[in-house]
Ligand binder design. Structure first.
Ligand code: 2M8
Length: 418
């Protein structure tokens, strides 16, 4: 099966960067590419570096790494560069995605060093600076009040676009748009597995608002009708910061190390405060309504990748995850099966995602749950072996859904089947 995974990554290669899958997602996506780089690091280190280097080409002068880099034109995706109207040298979207970049850089560097590659230090050092500038952007632009939690201003930034976690907040966003919506996704994939039209209207309303702010982070922060201090994003940022700190021991100055240490402390403290013992989960915070986001989604478990939990928390999380796995053919569902919002086939409202399982099992292992981590990893590998390298899986049947020949599913397979 590894050969099949390599073949998918080769097929989705567009010249040093990998599209998530042909037609449905014909550009370079931020967190997809970071996971793909980790996959490449298992067998082609040069290509792993290239993936991150090509992603870094899209980095804005203010440090943000956009969620889509439009390296080459394609008319099979909406919204394309003309809708975003950003002004980077290479056309990009105007929002970002989870910063898996730092995690990936550490993995790639370690693989390169183990292989004794002479170019490892120089290539990692350059990418380290890209990562550092992006982390500075995160704290400046997305936590201007210094709370230790970074916010998303658009559901697309979370990576889990139509998650029930955003339902309440998204309801307040108008459905009116200045941009004409021409969805392409439902031409590639069954509409029942995708976000609804109303979701798209709100997604595009938000793009219109931020484009009118000329993509200026301070103006966007003020104007944002959707603003959520997100535990998944903060968890990934904190973990990437920890990984950069490890690289910084040999590759960076004492000043930069100190800066990363401070970032790490602020983020892990912010994250730790989001634990809710009564729910056995971490919860995000809606900064518009000032309410906790209690919807049970995969995001609640992602802080495990960044925090060392106490015994009581570990026990609570273990039994909560087991409750979500109960009766499922494959876990972990992206929405708890006992939630009224659970839809096993609709995108981020229930299906299982290989990269999410990768993060959750990594976090469980860090927190002493090796057995549960292995169970989730093996379940993921088996689901892929049965159904193929699909975008996501129905947890109640194991059926493969969404786009086929998916890059990050191939990368997850390579890493989790090791
Ligand atoms: C999905 O998101 C894009 C928008 O970014 C879309 O639906 O058009 C999400 O699953 C996201 O997490 C992922 O990065 C992207 C490409 O695989 O597709």
């Amino acid at each position: 099966m590894s050969e099949a995974a390599w073949a998918i990554l080769a097929e989705n290669d567009r010249g040093g960067y990998t599209v998530p899958t042909a037609h449905l997602y014909p550009f370079q996506w931020n967190w997809d590419s970071a996971f793909v780089a980790i996959g490449f690091a298992t067998y082609d280190i040069d290509r792993a570096y290239r993936e991150l280097e090509r992603l870094a080409e899209g980095q804005w002068d203010d440090g943000m790494i956009p969620h889509i880099i439009f390296h080459a034109p394609s008319d099979t995706y909406f919204p394309g560069p003309e809708v975003w109207g950003t002004r980077h040298r290479i056309p990009t979207s105007g929002i970002t995605q989870p910063p898996v970049f730092g995690m990936a850089l550490r993995q790639v560097h370690e693989a390169a060093s183990a292989a004794g590659r002479p170019d490892a230090v120089e290539r990692t050092r350059k990418l380290f600076q890209n990562a550092l500038r992006s982390h500075r952007w995160w704290l400046r632009a997305r936590d201007p009040e210094g709370t230790g939690l970074v916010s998303i201003l658009h559901p697309w930034e979370s990576g889990s676009d139509n998650s029930p976690a955003w339902d309440e907040a998204l309801k307040r966003v108008p459905t009116s748009t200045k941009t004409t919506i021409r969805r392409k996704d439902t031409g590639h994939v069954d509409a029942a597995m995708r976000p609804r039209d109303e979701d798209y209207q709100r997604f595009i309303h938000l793009v219109d608002v931020y484009r009118e702010c000329e993509w200026d982070p301070a103006r966007q922060w003020e104007a944002a009708p959707f603003k959520i201090a997100d535990v998944q994003m903060t968890g990934i940022l904190a973990r990437s910061t920890a990984d950069l700190l490890i690289l910084a021991q040999s590759l960076s100055s004492p000043e930069e190390r100190g800066e990363l240490e401070r970032m790490h402390q602020v983020l892990t403290e912010g994250l730790a405060r989001r634990w809710r013992q009564d729910l056995s989960r971490f919860v995000s915070r809606d900064l518009v309504s000032h309410r906790d986001v209690e919807a049970p989604t995969q995001a609640c478990f992602i802080p495990l990748v960044a925090l060392t939990l106490d015994d009581q928390q570990r026990r609570a999380i273990r039994s909560e995850i087991k409750r979500w796995l109960d009766g499922m053919v494959v876990g972990v569902p992206s929405t708890a099966p006992f939630s009224p919002a659970f839809e096993p086939k609709r995108y981020w409202r229930g299906p299982v995602w290989a990269v999410v399982n990768w993060l959750i099992s990594d976090g469980l292992r860090m927190n002493g749950s090796e057995d549960l981590a292995r169970e989730i990893e093996q379940g993921t590998v088996q689901a892929i072996e049965r159904a193929g390298f699909c975008e996501y899986f129905d947890p109640t049947t194991g059926e493969g859904l969404g786009g086929g020949t998916f890059s990050w599913t191939a990368a997850a397979y390579l890493v989790l089947s090791q």
